[in-house]
Design a protein around this ligand. Structure first.
Ligand code: HEM
Length: 180
């Protein structure tokens, strides 16, 4: 019989961090994969609040990690501990960098590098899937299936977005070639 644990505050904060992170990915994905959502204004609202969502994701992660680090007395300078939690610490580091540079000054100052830095957000998606699987295997809480469905769903939508963008690019090249 499958038993599930009751989620603790740290688990709830982890899931809220995941949802707010996913909200930062949705505007571009919805515009390309589900253009009909434009009529609902949801993509426009998400785009307008993307920076805020990113900073909210950072603070939820800070609370989540803080509760585990203090409760389990982690020493991230110990290589073994770092490797056990690398799939949590790395997205956390990415979120910190993105939160710090989520302002107009950084956009102007970093120019092209700002866009490159913010591409790291897509790497976090795959790390977080590994994080949830690795940390929750054998003792799911009631939140675990929700987290797994959410992160898998956004990865599938992201891959469809990449595929559509690739198709568009190819069509453009073919059109150019046929005109030449
Ligand atoms: C320093 C960084 C991090 C540490 C130390 C950490 C620690 C943990 C630990 C120990 C668990 C297992 C909890 C349990 O056994 O019940 C866990 C689960 C989880 N973490 Fe993290 N985490 C980190 C970063 C993140 C980030 C960046 C996110 C999301 C944006 C996140 C989202 C989650 C989620 C959704 C779960 C599963 C909760 C559940 O299914 O109940 N974590 N984390």
């Amino acid at each position: 019989m499958v038993t599930m644990d009751m989620p603790l505050l740290a688990n709830i904060l982890g899931l809220l961090a995941l949802f707010s992170y996913i909200a930062t990915l949705l505007p571009t994905i919805l515009r390309i994969v589900l253009p009909s959502t434009k009529q609902t204004d949801i993509p426009r609202w998400l785009l307008k609040n993307r920076r805020l969502m990113g900073i909210i994701a950072f603070f939820f992660t800070l609370g989540h990690a803080f509760l585990y680090v203090t409760k389990r007395n982690f020493d991230f300078f110990d290589l073994k501990t770092f490797l056990i939690y690398v799939q949590g610490v790395t997205p956390f580091t990415i979120f910190t960098l993105l939160a710090i540079t989520s302002n107009d000054w950084s956009v102007k100052k970093l120019k092209k590098k700002w866009k490159q830095l913010h591409q790291l957000t897509y790497f976090a998606m795959f790390l977080l899937t590994w994080h949830i699987w690795a940390k929750m295997s054998g003792h799911w809480t009631y939140l675990t299936p929700v987290g797994i469905v959410a992160i898998t769903g956004i990865i599938v939508l992201f891959l469809i977005r990449l595929w559509i963008e690739h198709q568009d690019k190819q069509q453009k090249t073919n059109r150019k070639a046929s005109k030449a």
